[in-house]
Design a protein around this ligand. Structure first.
Ligand code: HEM
Length: 126
């Protein structure tokens, strides 16, 4: 999984160990369209990482230096993405330490590129 990002069919139950997920987007750049797999409109990111991270733990990573967010039940370390987000730093900083589902879904919904990038920062789940 290192160096790659996986999209699976809806309802897949594949489990990817957390330690293999951490480096999946090491350079935190926006991918070109050709780097994004041709996922159909009814396919969503459903990789299931290891669980057990609480919102209370996420809340302790609420700064530019360590920015975790829980989005749709999964936990993402967005620290390296803060300076690279095309929509600006503030949008990401507003998600640090909180449940960012409404913020992310409201802005990006099911758009492939943001979902693809987001998946690279996954470190665990609820
Ligand atoms: C972890 C959360 C987020 C990720 C991974 C993410 C990812 C991305 C990506 C990949 C793009 C480029 C899209 C493209 O080129 O087609 C983008 C653009 C954008 N994002 Fe986000 N985003 C996140 C959260 C947010 C939030 C919370 C907001 C606003 C509240 C936001 C606002 C925007 C805007 C306005 C743009 C367009 C910028 C432009 O074209 O100039 N994003 N984001």
């Amino acid at each position: 999984m290192i160096g790659g990002i996986v999209f699976l069919q809806k309802n897949s139950t594949s489990v990817i160990p957390t330690d293999e997920l951490v480096s999946s987007n090491p350079d935190s750049t926006v991918p070109s369209n050709s780097e994004i797999p041709d996922i159909g409109s009814d396919i969503t990111l459903t990789v299931t990482p290891e669980g057990g991270i609480t919102l209370a733990e996420v809340a302790t990573h609420n700064s530019r230096n360590s920015c975790w967010s829980m989005i749709n039940g999964k936990v993402y370390d967005l620290t390296s993405w803060i300076p690279n987000h095309p929509g600006g730093e503030e949008a990401i900083l507003s998600l640090c330490g909180v449940d960012g589902s409404a913020g992310f879904n409201g802005q990006h919904g099911t758009a492939k590129k943001p979902l693809f990038v987001l998946s690279g920062f996954m470190i665990g789940a609820q």
